[in-house]
Design a protein around this ligand. Structure first.
Ligand code: AMP
Ligand code: GLY
Length: 421
């Protein structure tokens, strides 16, 4: 099998690392990839959303199927584009990708199919006055969300009515997030514990992958600005079999039934972000791809031939595929560039990575520059480790994070601490 992965972050390195272990994997290409993916496959200098250039490459190199890492190509319709050209894609068609591409659509979907989620209303550009009035009578805090894709920055939790009205105006005018903000979802605030569940489906059959929790804030103890994710833990200790069964019954099955009722044949990952409120799981959001850095803790635990699983997704016989899960805990600690998630510099030489041991290094924002590996993004490197428990796994990742040097390096030391209390 010749396989092309779209994307170039830690998630794509983790996919590439896992796919490359399969005896069925012949050529593995990653577009655009990073210095880590280049160790297990061949990087291709094409953007993940340049479908025509990808198509030319696919024809020239006999690619059998494509794995879409990030949401952007999926929401732009990469699966539909290649379906018309006879190339399967692991990742949903555009209609399915709307679960992430439009929060307005996903909230309607949840309401229609009785999937537990926070109460909401949405407003468009022509409803500014109505939105202001609605907000004035809303309980605090108020959650304001840009409906479209906003690179994880489109959700604001407002402590006052005035703040909520201000951010809603900025979104609806297009000032805050461009088109993505021109429809706004206003939601009830849910107080609870967050956890993510991952589903892999061929459209009919599905498999649950291990649960994970990520740490989105830049600072220790979940303080400061939101990032793409500073670390992750799998499994999440409180997500026992009974909890997972509850999620399956109240959320996963109704989601699959809803997709079928909408006539959407969904092939790929569904990443369900949950808030557990007094034992009851509510959906915060759907993502139509794997999480990053959650993939960097889920893939190491997956005892499976990933090529085989992806073939099951494509061929519609995922029910015939079996896998097991490593019972140990896996954690990852993300090393980031100084200044991230604000402005930061790139091109810093990374050293010491060749002296690390006992962890898997998944590259995120890195590239090869001559003999050197240099930083090439905000999130630079995910250090994943196994342990008998969270504390021992994180300690291993931190030991190696100390070992690796680049100017301005930063990482959180408290990943998973909240789950050990
Ligand atoms: P989302 O992109 O919709 O998952 O939102 C990003 C983050 O905002 C989530 O991971 C939560 O931490 C927070 N959030 C979103 N919706 C709510 C809500 N209704 N209540 C409380 N927190 C929320
Ligand atoms: N780690 C959160 C995400 O991938 O959206």
């Amino acid at each position: 099998m010749n396989i092309l992965i779209l994307g170039g972050g830690g998630r794509e390195h983790a996919f590439a690392w896992k796919l490359a272990q399969s005896p069925q994997c012949d050529q593995l290409y990653i577009a655009p990839g990073n210095a880590g993916t280049a160790e297990v496959g061949t990087n291709v200098d094409i953007s993940a959303t340049d479908f025509e250039a990808i198509h030319t490459f696919v024809k020239e190199h006999g690619v059998d199927f494509i794995v879409a890492g990030p949401e952007a190509p999926l929401v732009a319709g990469v699966s539909d584009y290649f379906a018309e050209r006879g190339i399967p894609v692991v990742g949903p068609v555009k209609a399915g990708a709307e679960l992430e591409g439009s929060k307005d659509f996903s909230k309607q979907f949840m309401q229609t199919y009785n999937i537990p989620t926070a109460g909401y209303r949405s407003f468009n550009q022509d409803q500014v006055e109505e939105a202001m009035e609605y907000l004035a009578g809303h309980s605090l805090p108020i959650v304001v969300k840009a409906s479209g894709l906003a690179a994880g920055k489109g959700v604001l939790i407002c402590e006052t009515h005035e703040h909520a009205q201000e951010v809603t105006k900025d979104m609806l005018s297009g000032e805050a997030f461009g088109e993505a903000g021109q429809t706004v979802v206003i939601e009830e605030f849910l107080q609870g514990i967050e956890i993510s569940i991952f589903v892999l489906t061929d459209g009919v059959n599905y498999k649950l992958l291990p649960s994970a929790k990520d740490y989105k804030r830049i600072g220790e103890d979940d303080t400061g600005l939101n990032t793409g994710g500073m670390g992750a833990v799998s499994p999440v200790p409180f997500a026992d079999d009974a909890f997972v069964k509850q999620v399956e019954d109240t959320i996963v099955k109704p989601t699959m039934d809803g997709l079928n009722a909408e006539g959407i044949t969904y092939k790929g990952f569904i990443f369900i972000g949950l808030m557990v409120v007094e034992g009851t799981p509510y959906v915060l959001e759907y993502n139509v791809r794997m999480g990053d850095p959650e993939t960097e803790v889920v893939m190491p635990r997956l005892e499976a031939d990933l090529v085989d699983l992806f073939q099951g997704v494509i061929e519609g016989n995922l029910d015939e595929k079996a896998f097991s899960i490593d019972p140990r805990t896996c954690t990852t600690v993300m090393m980031v560039s100084g200044g991230y998630p604000g402005s930061y510099e790139k091109g810093k030489v990374m050293t010491g990575w060749d002296q690390t041991e006992g962890s898997i290094l998944f590259h995120a924002g890195t590239k090869q520059a001559g003999e050197d590996i240099v930083t090439n993004g905000g999130r630079v490197l995910a250090i994943s480790s196994f342990g008998q428990d969270i504390a021992s796994a994180v300690a291993q990742s931190l030991k190696n994070a100390e070992q690796i040097q680049f100017e301005g390096k930063y990482f959180r030391t408290d990943i998973g601490k909240d789950l050990q209390r």
